[in-house]
Design a protein around this ligand. Structure first.
Ligand code: 28F
Length: 645
């Protein structure tokens, strides 16, 4: 709980300079960023932040957010003191009206000195929300009564009204974003839920209720366990067991508030989530940089102090941070965010502030928990060894491919004649038979074939070194020429397109998914650059008289039959199901799947893989078959002509 530095009683007279709201409607992006989906949801965060501020100042402990049935209106309600409604001595209007109709500087209390704000849009206040809403109703309970006043685009539509006696206290704001400002005024229920959930972890004393009237559900997003509970959820969802049984936890309250909890896991990635004044900083910033340097220095210092050495292997910062899962939440007075998305903290002093707080505390924790410290150091050594091994393996591949590239290609690669990368393509084909008919059907000027022998390794969660110890995958890397891991260099890529061509059945889908997992984990740059594609071989051949049709799956087959029956109701069909690519005659394979003029490829995009990876790891575990389904649904269809320009 941030202790407020109350230096004087805050009353109506403490409001800073005032001006009208016209400017807000003329240039909304000055106040909420672009009036897009993000800007729309800023309206909610701004109002919620006011309730959080009231809580941070020791008044109220519950916030209810309601998403109304229409989806275009939200109500936020708190049980704080209630915005004052007394006549303002200077401006002669109720304080509530003043606060909602005037743009006032520096946070709610004018001078900004009062206490650390909860974040949001840096204190532009609820008057901005009022200006950008076609309707806003404020209901205040305080001093034994209930009061209400309604506004339209920032202007009162009536006088403050005393509704009647009411012993409760608090502020409720109902608002409808203005369609004149926002092209889309529909709120995203999930966005609101995710953000409220984060807030409930960060402010663990706060009871948050989310009433989603569209879905007809009311949920308590309340996490008294705070960040440690949040970390536990992240580690569990990440499905990589923790190395140390107890997470490291730090809470430092001073001019800034720093709260941190973190744990090492068996994951090969680092996952640090950070927040500034309750706002998620997904692009990191100076606070995260301070955390990283504190962690690396504390671990190095611990290893030196206890004379722990990895013979012949130097430990890098990446080795130390590999597998680290943590949540960092800082509260500072004047946060500065970088860039348009405002998701990166810029305050330079926060690097040293966070490092200065974390490093000594982490060193003390390691020395006070030697067993856990040893487990962590052991894990770091593992990472260093694995990295060293993958570098050697990659150096090996690089050495071989650099000196005599062609001579050392895997024997089973049927290479293409063209040396120019951009017009050559590599088909990675499953199974011997398929390799044969692909080699016969291909255009050997530009199309190379690399047959895989059956099931490949599931690389999920394995280190690069481990993966490269499998011949099948090492052959793929050799054929591609890029190397892997630290020595990956996309400039050495030997083909413009890498096309996965597996049987159109469940088994083929399984192999496809394993291959995509491999690319996603070990060669992500190729996916990111859009070099990886899925071929779409037919599963069925449908012959009607002389005509031939090709269906990629059962649904497609039904669709084609329906289309034909509409034109020729009593047509006679001859349907053949291919047991595998090897069954197809080369000419048919060429026409349906290989020939750039007639084939249809699916370009695999990294977002769908990341989404798949996150969604699957979190929801469906690592079952490749269901993972395939997800990827196919989210991969985008790229027609030949569009692709092979
Ligand atoms: C649903 C959104 O906005 N809650 C708020 C307060 C409480 C006070 C306050 C707010 C005082 C004079 C500036 C009450 N009593 N929820 C909210 N709760 N603002 S906003 O005061 C505004 C200042 O000018 C409050 C005594 N002190 C402060």
């Amino acid at each position: 709980m941030t202790t407020a530095t109350k230096t004087k009683k805050y009353d109506e007279s403490s409001i800073g300079m005032l001006e009208g709201l016209e400017a807000v409607r003329h240039r909304p992006s000055m106040y909420i960023g672009a009036p897009d989906k993000k800007g729309l949801h800023h309206l909610v965060w701004e109002i919620v932040d006011n309730s959080i501020d009231e809580f941070l100042n020791g008044h109220g402990d519950a916030i209810t957010v309601t998403l109304h049935k229409s989806g275009d209106a939200v109500t936020v309600s708190d049980n704080g003191r209630g915005i004052p409604v007394g006549m303002h001595p200077k401006f002669k209007i109720p304080t509530l009206e003043l606060i909602l109709t005037k743009l006032h500087s520096g946070g709610k209390f004018g001078d900004g000195e009062s206490y650390i704000r909860s974040g949001g849009l840096h204190g532009v206040g609820s008057s901005v929300v009022n200006a950008l809403s076609r309707k806003l109703t404020a209901t205040i309970k305080r001093d034994g009564y209930e009061w209400t006043q309604t506004f339209k685009r920032g202007k009162p539509t009536d006088k403050l009204e005393k509704v009647g006696p009411n012993r409760l206290h608090g502020t409720t704001i109902y608002f409808e974003p203005d369609p004149e400002i926002f092209r889309v005024t529909h709120f995203d229920a999930e966005w609101i839920k995710t953000r409220l959930d984060d807030i409930a972890y960060i402010h663990h004393g706060l009871k948050i209720t989310y009433r989603n009237e569209i879905a007809g559900e009311t949920i308590e997003l309340t996490h008294p366990g705070g960040l440690p509970e949040f970390l536990q959820k992240m580690v569990t969802e990440g499905q990589n067991p923790a190395i140390n049984s107890q997470p490291f936890y730090l809470l430092r309250e001073g001019d800034e508030k720093i709260e941190l909890t973190m744990q090492w896991t068996e994951s090969t990635d680092e996952a640090i989530r950070s927040y500034v004044n309750g706002i998620r900083t997904s692009d990191g910033g100076t606070h995260e940089a301070g955390l990283r340097s504190a962690t690396v220095k504390a671990i190095r210092n611990f290893m030196e102090t206890h004379d722990v050495k990895a013979k012949g292997i130097e430990i890098t910062a990446n080795d130390i941070r590999e597998g680290l899962v943590g949540i960092l939440s800082v509260f500072i007075r004047d946060p500065a965010f970088q860039g348009q998305t405002k998701e990166k903290l810029n305050n330079p002093e926060m690097n040293a502030v966070v490092e200065g707080a974390v490093r000594p505390a982490l060193e003390a924790w390691l020395n006070a928990n030697m067993t856990m410290a040893d487990q962590i150091v052991y894990r770091i050594m593992q990472a260093a060894k694995a990295r060293q091994a993958s570098r050697e393996a990659a150096q090996e591949v690089k050495r071989k491919s650099a000196t005599s590239r062609r001579l050392n290609l895997p024997g089973k690669l049927a290479d293409c004649k063209s040396g120019a990368r951009d017009d050559s393509e590599l088909f990675i084909v499953e199974g011997k038979g398929a390799g044969g008919s692909a080699k016969q059907g291909r255009d050997n000027r530009t199309q190379a074939i690399l047959p895989l022998r059956g099931k490949i390794l599931n690389t999920e969660g394995l280190s690069v070194a481990k993966v490269m110890s499998h011949q099948e995958l090492a052959d793929v890397v050799t054929a591609l020429g890029t190397g892997v891991g630290d020595s990956f260099n996309i400039n050495n890529l030997r083909y413009g397109k890498i096309i996965l061509l597996m049987d159109a059945d469940a088994d083929g889908h399984h192999i496809t998914t394993l291959m995509l997992t491999f690319f996603f984990r070990c060669l992500p740059e190729l996916v990111r650059k859009g070099n990886v594609f899925l071929a779409q071989p037919p599963l069925y051949k449908i012959e009607v008289g002389k005509e031939k049709f090709w269906a990629r799956d059962d649904a497609h087959r039904e669709e084609i039959i329906e289309q034909i029956q509409q034109k020729r109701p009593n047509a006679k069909f001859d349907i053949m199901r291919f047991k595998g690519l090897g069954e197809m005659d080369p000419q048919e394979l060429a026409e349906t799947t290989l020939d750039p003029k007639t084939r249809i490829l699916l370009r695999v995009d990294i977002d769908s893989l990341i989404e798949a990876d996150k969604t699957f790891t979190a929801l469906l575990g690592k079952d490749p078959a269901t993972r395939y389904q997800f990827i196919m649904e989210s991969a985008n269809q790229v027609d030949t002509e569009e692709l092979d320009v």
